[in-house]
Design a protein around this ligand. Structure first.
Ligand SMILES: Nc1ncnc2c1ncn2[C@@H]1O[C@H](COP(=O)(O)OP(=O)(O)OP(=O)(O)O)[C@@H](O)[C@H]1O
Length: 230
């Protein structure tokens, strides 16, 4: 049997400092090629869970494995390179470089990921993704900061998809889109992940997104949270 795309086991994590938000996740797994929507209210810990999945923070206890690799077994530098190779991340705030061109933003993860760069096959892939995601022609050369919010969201998606990483992680990626654009956007995201055979983990508070996913899970069904101070 192949390794799960993602597996969390007995994970515990608390943000450092006085805020005192603590999360535990006894077990959660995502199969290769599977899509899961995690639903949770604002402040319920969705982004915290994704930070653990991406290795941006490491668990205080338990294991987070991506494609069979325990993220804690990698040092910080190797974990960053591993993330660039294996995980396409769509951040809630996009995290684009506003003065860099759209094209450079999309190509950025490939710089640290030789295998993914080989799979992408060259810079033309950035243009192909831009047009597949419905961005206007000629947009690739513009500074990302000059684009509308909805367009920036598409650039963030192109950056996550380039080079077909096996795991795509998306934090509320449709929040800045109207209903019609949301639908087109999700259709494209699903087409692209299916084409690449990637697994997709998306978090949102929006129950209406659920239809397209293999599984819809409520965060409180897989994690327990605690707040020790206001
Ligand atoms: N960088 C951080 N440092 C310290 N505490 C944090 C940090 N990020 C989040 N937290 C704490 O974790 C709690 C959960 O936040 P998180 O962003 O994971 O929730 P969320 O479900 O993604 O919320 P939203 O839907 O509003 O983005 C917050 O209330 C905050 O107390």
């Amino acid at each position: 049997m192949s390794e799960p795309a993602l597996a969390l086991r007995d994970v515990g994590y608390g943000w450092p400092g006085r805020a005192g938000f603590r999360l535990t996740c006894p077990a959660f797994a995502l199969a290769p090629g599977e899509s899961v929507l995690l639903l949770g209210a604002s402040g319920s810990g969705k982004s915290t869970l994704l930070s653990l999945v991406c290795g941006i923070v490491t668990a205080d206890s338990g294991t987070v494995s991506v494609g069979g690799t325990d993220l804690k077994s990698l040092g910080a530098g190797r974990r960053d390179r591993f993330r660039a190779e294996r995980i396409g991340v769509i951040f809630q705030q996009f995290n684009l470089l506003p003065y860099a061109s759209v094209s450079d933003n999309i190509l950025l993860p490939l710089r640290f990921a030789p295998d993914r760069r080989r799979r992408a096959g060259g810079t033309a892939e950035a243009d192909r993704l831009c047009s597949a995601l419905g961005l206007p022609e000629g947009v690739a050369a513009l500074p990302a900061g000059r684009l509308s919010v909805g367009q920036q969201q598409r650039v963030a998606v192109a950056r996550a998809l380039i080079g077909s990483p096996p795991l795509i992680v998306a934090d509320e990626p449709t929040s800045a889109l109207d209903a019609a654009t949301q639908d087109t956007f999700l259709k494209l995201l699903f087409e692209r992940t299916a084409e690449a055979g990637s697994s997709l983990l998306m978090v949102s508070h929006d129950e209406r997104l659920g239809d397209r996913f293999d599984r819809v899970i409520r965060l409180e069904d897989i994690v327990t949270t605690q707040r020790t101070a206001a």
